[in-house]
Design a protein around this ligand. Structure first.
Ligand code: GDP
Length: 297
């Protein structure tokens, strides 16, 4: 299960302080030392850990805790609030353009789950928001990617706009929006090309598509199993494309959690959705508070 090691360690740590009728600075120090190690072991970015520990320490030895009748529980509340804040605080909802269609551009490295997530997102929009999405196959470099999206479209009974592998992705995206207007599709979700590594050509092309279609949302799809790499990828894509949000995939796997806990702090962009499996309904809006509760037990 995701976060298992981290959850175990944090729960152990906070158990020790939970029932205390009096919490000393020494207790807080011991606790934050253990939390620090647990977070580092879960592959959370070291600078993120440092800032997090500083905030918890400040608050835990502060008035709100020391003067409370249940200081042990108060400390735990502080840890939970800070963990929630770390993952973005409030849940961040999907945006809608003033004038339809709302264009969502999906970007990410190959294998992260971009094409799958494109389908899942369309399914979510239709099911939960009563929307009528159009999927766009703009990854022209891998014929398999186009087939994959078309298969997903058939499975979901959601239309897929494709011009095969010969057309230019910028033109495909532009045409797709015209098609959406003609057919009254209120969301257009563009599945762009991915590479094994970030490269200049990929970024150039993504920037061109973005400048042309001016998406309301630009979502980076990242694999939570890749830990710090996911954070580095997010930072690079964000610098180049000014993302509006992140979708973390494979949170159903045994990810240690580093990506989920670092991405918001490093990029200042919210995690909007979490991929929880391979099936088309395995996508959930990301709730920082619920996730923090899950980790802290
Ligand atoms: P792309 O290259 O980024 O388009 O990646 P794909 O969409 O083809 O996904 C790569 C693999 O990851 C596929 O086998 C997907 O089924 C799988 N995958 C995608 N999202 C998730 C997820 O949230 N959980 C799990 N367990 N597998 C996922």
């Amino acid at each position: 299960m995701a976060f298992e090691g981290l959850a175990d360690r944090l729960q152990n740590t906070i158990q020790k302080i939970k029932g205390k009728g009096k919490v000393t600075e020494e207790d807080v120090k011991a606790m934050t030392r253990e939390i620090r190690l647990a977070l580092l072991e879960a592959d959370v970015n070291f600078k993120v850990v440092k800032d997090f520990i500083k905030r918890v320490k400040e608050r835990a030895v502060g008035q709100e805790v020391m003067k409370s009748l249940t200081p042990g529980q108060q400390v735990i509340k502080v840890v939970k609030e800070e963990l929630t804040e770390l993952m973005g605080g409030e849940q961040s909802k999907i945006a809608t353009a003033n004038r339809p269609p709302t264009v969502i551009m999906m970007v990410g490295l190959q294998g992260a789950g971009k094409t799958t997530t494109t389908g899942k997102l369309a399914n979510h929009l239709r099911k939960e928001h009563n929307r009528k999405p159009l999927l766009v196959a703009a990854d022209v470099y891998r014929p398999a990617a186009i087939n994959q999206l078309e298969t997903i479209g058939k499975q979901l009974d959601i239309p897929v706009y494709s011009e095969g592998t010969e057309a230019n992705p910028v033109d495909i995206a532009k045409q797709a929006i015209e098609e959406a207007k003609a057919n009254h599709n209120d969301y257009v979700i563009i599945d762009t090309a991915g590479r094994l590594h970030v490269d200049e050509h990929l970024m150039d092309e993504l920037q061109q598509i973005r400048d042309t279609v001016q998406p309301t949302e630009t979502f980076l799809v990242v694999d939570s199993m890749t830990g710090q790499d996911a954070v580095n990828v997010a930072e690079t894509f964000n610098n180049q494309l000014d993302l509006s949000g992140v979708v973390l995939t494979k949170l159903d796997g045994d990810t240690r959690g580093g990506a989920a806990l670092s991405i918001k702090a490093v990029t200042d962009k919210p995690i909007k959705f979490a991929g929880m499996g391979e099936k088309m309904d395995a996508l959930e809006p990301f709730h920082p508070e619920r996730m923090a509760s899950r980790i802290l037990g």
